[in-house]
Write a protein that binds this ligand. Sequence first.
Ligand code: ZN
Length: 316
Amino acid sequence: MKLVSFLTSEGQRPHFGALIAGDTEVLDACSVGAELPEPATYGDWFDLASESQRALRELHAALLSDASLLEDLRGRGAILPRGAVRLTAPVPRPGKVLCIGLNYRDHAKEGGVEVPEAPLIFSKFPTSVTGPEHEVRLPLESEKVDYEAELGVVIGREAFGVPVGHAREHILGFTIVNDVSARDFQFGDGQWQRGKSCDTFAPTGPFIVTTDELADPHSLRISFRLNGETLQDSNTDQMIFGVDELVSYISRTITLEPGDVIATGTPPGVGFARKPPIWVRAGDRMEVEIEGLGVLANPVVVTPVGRDRSGTPRGS
Ligand code: ZN
């Protein structure tokens, strides 16, 4: 199943659902009615233990073989053409966004750096999350904004002290993250938080592929294109710590909750490591592609003076 969050023409509250009919239509889980009860909070949609997740999976499976059910739901406005909705990040406001530094063998080799003995963990604030085709806004004070193509892991079941062999049971699915980074902030501040967490610096999506449909996340081609030119091209088989090891390692000391996102590190070819370096500019188009997970594309703009990330004048 490909899980999505999206806005309809009716308002700014995200709806949850799944792509159907060869990804041409969206099942709107928030408009089905009694067969598919909405959970108490939006975040509960990401909980594999929730009744809503179970009912959504059941309905999705039934749609594959029941044409009259499809017609019925279309008639009730619970199935919409994909073009009629605007996708947001599949988890619009995760509780945590955890990132892994230096997790690709070929990237470590490129930088002449030792392969780390344990995962290097850092974070991006939830307010940095944005969706596919949403604008990434360059901060006015930064001149060195960079891209990082990454496989994203979405947690589906609370995890604390989970052994590697059981980690997969705590994963809802996989998505794409672009770990956008202001290198001048990152390396100038003495720590990475601001450079990694600017508004719009965590584009995520376009959807979550559930684990039952993606058995092996460690053999996927991963690439990044800037204005159509390929600048990163590797495979997740180059990851030093796999997704199960990462979930297990983090859960030793940090409770992972449904909807938390782990960005698992980037392959070689990022802008700052190039000679000469490549920085992202206003007017650029960034695209991250991962085999089976689609393309996460974002246009780049300058943050308008005096306006917040939604374009609203500050202070209003
Ligand atoms: Zn990264």
